[in-house]
Design a protein around this ligand. Structure first.
Ligand SMILES: Nc1ncnc2c1ncn2[C@@H]1O[C@H](COP(=O)(O)OP(=O)(O)OP(=O)(O)O)[C@@H](O)[C@H]1O
Ligand SMILES: Nc1ccn([C@@H]2O[C@H](COP(=O)(O)O)[C@@H](O)[C@H]2O)c(=O)n1
Length: 224
């Protein structure tokens, strides 16, 4: 297994953008686990499954042909032959993804895929981000981080990315998603041995440096 940096946190805390940049600077791979839950939600809708019905969601797993790259310089997400990299970011997917992610059979299936991706990364290390990486997917990772920021700051950062009506509803959607997701896994408080990085008062670069600082403290030889 490569050197694993596990990063969890609530929606909009910067998990994917910060983790990707940390991976790029350290020459590590990067695994966005939320992309798999989003891709499954996309697939379930595409084949007409009922995302409110666990049995229907579980049945969609058998035809879920999922691939994601781990190169932080540019990764694509595929379901079968379809490139869904952009489509899975649509607010319509964000609105239903928690319903898919709450199904235990889905989590068990995807966690196997994550562990296989981690094990086969060609890089010396991999930054893996999500909600349950520090506690369930890679609880023995040598570096485990809870990346957080105040809700107001997270909503402001997310809204700034969007235009039109989506920007107005981004806050409500982010709150609703965190509420639903936190019934399934606890990503609001750091588990024992997990280091919290609070980016509320840090800019992007300072946050990247703070995360690299945690890695440096744990394993100086992994950070040049
Ligand atoms: N410290 C920071 N300062 C300013 N902007 C930031 C900071 N960290 C992240 N951002 C910005 O906040 C936005 C949300 O970040 P990102 O998409 O990485 O969050 P996330 O935790 O992966 O969200 P989600 O779980 O909803 O996918 C992005 O526009 C990102 O560039
Ligand atoms: N480890 C994870 C990662 C994600 N989820 C679910 O997927 C949704 C989308 O994740 P993003 O990181 O892309 O926002 C998220 O809202 C969770 O429902 C998860 O359960 N576990």
């Amino acid at each position: 297994m490569p050197f694993v940096v596990a990063v969890d946190g609530p929606a909009g805390s910067g998990k994917s953008s910060i983790s990707k940049e940390v991976a790029r600077r350290l020459g590590f791979g990067f695994l966005d686990t939320g992309a798999a839950y989003r891709a499954l939600a996309w697939h379930a809708l595409a084949i007409g499954a009922d995302t409110d019905d666990a049995a229907s969601v579980i049945s969609s797993l058998s035809s879920f042909d999922y691939r994601i790259g781990t190169d932080p310089a540019g990764y694509a997400v595929h379901v079968g032959e379809v490139d869904v990299t952009e489509a899975i970011r649509d607010p319509a997917i964000s609105a239903v993804v928690s319903r898919v992610a709450r199904v235990p059979e889905v989590r068990a299936h995807l966690i196997e895929l994550f562990r296989a991706s981690m094990a086969t990364t060609p890089k010396p290390g991999i930054v893996v981000e999500g909600r349950d990486i520090t506690t369930v997917v890679a609880p023995d990772a040598p570096v485990r981080i809870l990346l957080t920021a105040s809700e107001a700051v997270r909503i402001a950062r997310r809204s700034a990315e969007l235009v039109g009506p989506s920007a107005d509803t981004a806050g409500e959607q982010l709150r609703r998603r965190d509420q639903a997701d936190s019934k399934v896994v606890d990503f609001m408080t750091a588990a024992e041995g997990v280091t919290t990085v609070d980016s509320t008062d840090l800019d992007f670069d300072q946050t990247v440096e703070a995360v690299i600082g945690v890695i440096r403290t744990a394993q100086p030889q992994m950070v040049e």
